[in-house]
Write a protein that binds this ligand. Structure first.
Ligand code: SAH
Length: 489
């Protein structure tokens, strides 16, 4: 990635909140001679950074670590194989010292400052006329974070936060804007109207589709908006997987969209702590469904999404788990495509994966299961029309969604088609939430266990030898817990 254009944000943390100790700037060092003294790992990291910024790097050091040797072999750096000499500074745009000799570092600092060349002695703020920030690279957008040398750890943590906030594809957005700017200038002559237009584009579907990697669809929406700059603006529907319950399992993109939404259309399956993360001002529409009872018929939901987006709103269609796993996401997209509404799909962690991880039940295992099948246990017209022969195969894990009501039939059919009655089976109730419960039994007795327990939806059924692992691990952890309690008591 080449850092050759501009920076947009700088985050500096002033020490006293009033004056800044440093002026954040972005230096154009393309093809400039940059001197790095030192041949260790630290020097190698600095050299890599300088190369990203397209500098011509000279490394002065008697020897080099493998990373630098590789760069030398590739012709990416010039190596002067000896210790630092004062004449090395001549002609350098900046100097970086990364040696562990205090006297050499000081000499480098003195030589560079005498020659008025900016110098940075790594990890010695007193010997620096400039300091290097932590960088979030979304070229051409760059975000630099500095704690003014007071706490590199704080700067790093802040950088990690920003990394997760700013989509990794931000650069594509900036590049698109740069490319289309002349056209926009020609079409919209008033600077104010132009600014309004760009603000709308950056908060609208063009930007969102670019961030989602859908360049062609983004360009189409952009062209439409540019043809009618004073219109309502295009809406966008994002089908977002909200995961199985634990808000920590949301994707970064899901969270960002939820926080930018104008309207959130959600299912009953979406847990309240997840809904709480949506933008507070967003309108919320509950189209929740109970098993067998559709609060809002699917066709009406489809139409609702179309109507909301047609008024230019950012619509988030929030679904439990993943939108494309027993989520009827396909039907909603059919309607959107029909109506010419831009859309995107954001995957979520499906119940099977969430329940497996939090319930300690691997879905596949070298010794127990080489395949895993997700099946719906939802009855159409009171019958379960499934390919029981293929489901009753050995060495396979079966995960039944929406299967509690049909569990007696599932158990009966699988046994009738050859799966042993002793096959281990588990039921995971409200997986990944604080109320999660895992009940285990066998294919034969699980229906009875369910009949005796009051089961709360949503619940998933897992059938297969992998359930043995859950039991084995549970015994061990139970024993450890008892031992802990004894020790504590
Ligand atoms: N799209 C969703 C599935 C919707 S079907 C997904 O990918 O997960 C609804 C079924 O999913 C429920 O009947 C239940 O079997 C299962 N389910 C969803 N969330 C669950 C959870 N937290 N714990 C257990 N099962 C869950």
């Amino acid at each position: 990635m080449a850092w050759n254009v501009l920076a947009v944000w700088t985050v500096a943390i002033p020490l006293n909140g009033v004056s800044m100790d440093y002026l954040p700037i972005f230096l154009d060092i393309r093809s400039a001679r940059v001197l790095v003294v030192g041949g260790g790992e630290v020097a190698a990291r600095k050299v890599a950074l300088l190369q990203n910024a397209q500098a011509q790097v000279i490394v002065v050091s008697p020897d080099l670590v493998p990373a630098l040797l590789e760069m030398k072999a590739a012709g990416a750096i010039t190596h002067i194989a000896r210790s630092f000499a004062v004449e090395d500074v001549a002609g350098a745009r900046i100097v970086i010292a990364a040696t562990n000799h205090a006297a050499t570092n000081k000499l480098i600092y003195q030589t560079a400052t005498a020659a008025r060349v900016p110098v940075n002695v790594v990890d010695h703020p007193a010997l620096c006329t400039f300091i290097m920030p932590s960088v979030i690279d979304r070229s051409p957008v760059l975000i630099a974070v500095s704690s003014g040398g007071t706490s590199p750890v704080l700067a790093r943590l802040l950088r990690a936060r920003l990394e997760s906030l700013v989509a990794s594809t931000y650069g594509a957005l900036a590049a698109f804007m740069a490319k289309r700017r002349p056209e926009v200038r020609q079409r919209i002559t008033s600077p104010r109207a132009r600014r309004r237009f760009w603000e709308r584009v950056l908060q609208g579907p063009t930007a969102e589709l670019l961030l989602a990697g859908q360049g062609v669809a983004a360009a189409q929406v952009f062209d439409r908006e540019l043809a009618q700059p004073e219109g309502d603006g295009a809406g966008l529907v994002s089908l977002v997987g909200a995961g199985p319950g634990d808000p920590d399992l949301l994707t970064l993109r899901a969270l960002r969209l939820m926080q930018e939404a104008d309207v959130v259309v959600h299912d009953r399956l979406v847990a309240p702590p997840i809904l709480a993360l949506c933008r507070r001002e967003a309108q919320r529409i509950d189209v929740g469904k109970n098993a067998g009872h559709h609060a809002v018929p699917q066709e009406q939901i489809n139409q609702l999404l179309v109507d909301l987006a047609a008024t230019g709103q950012r619509v988030v269609r929030l679904k439990g788990g993943d939108p494309f796993v027993f989520g009827r996401g396909g039907e909603e997209i059919d309607a959107l495509v029909e109506a010419g509404i831009p859309f995107q799909v954001v995957p979520g962690i499906t119940a099977a994966l969430g329940c497996a991880a939090y319930g300690h039940l691997p879905l596949t295992h070298r010794d127990y299961a080489q395949s895993c099948v997700f099946v719906t246990g939802h009855c159409r017209k009171d019958t379960l029309e499934l390919n029981w022969e293929s489901l009753a195969r050995p060495h396979q894990t079966l995960v039944f969604y929406m299967g509690v009501a049909a569990l007696p039939a599932i158990s009966r059919e699988l046994m009738a088609h050859g799966l042993p009655a002793t096959t281990p089976a588990a039921l995971i109730e409200r997986g990944t939430t604080p109320e999660q419960r895992v009940l285990t039994g066998t294919l034969a007795d699980l229906p009875q266990i369910v009949a005796q327990e009051a089961i709360c939806p949503p619940t998933l059924i897992v059938i297969g030898e992998v359930v043995r692992l859950h039991e084995r691990w549970k015994c061990r952890t139970d024993r450890a817990e008892t031992a802990d309690l004894r020790a504590a008591g």
